[in-house]
Design a protein around this ligand. Structure first.
Ligand code: SF4
Length: 105
């Protein structure tokens, strides 16, 4: 297994919700706001959100977004073929900008 595949398969092990009650992420209404709090500091939020968007997962909170928020995002961006690639690229750009700022500053 190459590193990329290994990292892709491995993200669930690092999930902040790993030890939470899984039903807690599949709630409705106001309870979803509470469920999303678990995602705020999750180290694999990007991977989780990409998984839900790329697989059109309809229920539950994934990557800090409710199903309703994901549906709206998918409607706004029907052109995206791979959310995983898009979100990985955005993260890399953000990291590069941070490194440049650190060098300048
Ligand atoms: S982003 Fe949220 S739902 Fe996804 S793995 Fe992390 S804590 Fe769990």
């Amino acid at each position: 297994m190459d590193l990329e595949t290994d990292q892709s398969a491995d993200w669930r092990v690092r999930a902040s919700c790993r030890d939470e009650d899984p039903d807690g992420l599949f709630v409705r209404g106001a309870e979803q706001r509470k469920a999303k709090l678990v995602c705020l500091a999750c180290p694999v939020r990007t991977e989780c959100l990409a998984e839900a968007l790329d697989n059109r997962i309809e229920f539950g909170v994934w990557g800090g977004m409710t199903e309703r928020e994901r549906r709206a995002l998918l409607r706004r961006r029907p052109d995206v073929l791979s959310w995983r690639e898009l979100l990985d690229a955005a993260r890399r750009d953000h990291q590069d900008e941070g490194a440049e700022e650190a060098q300048v500053g």
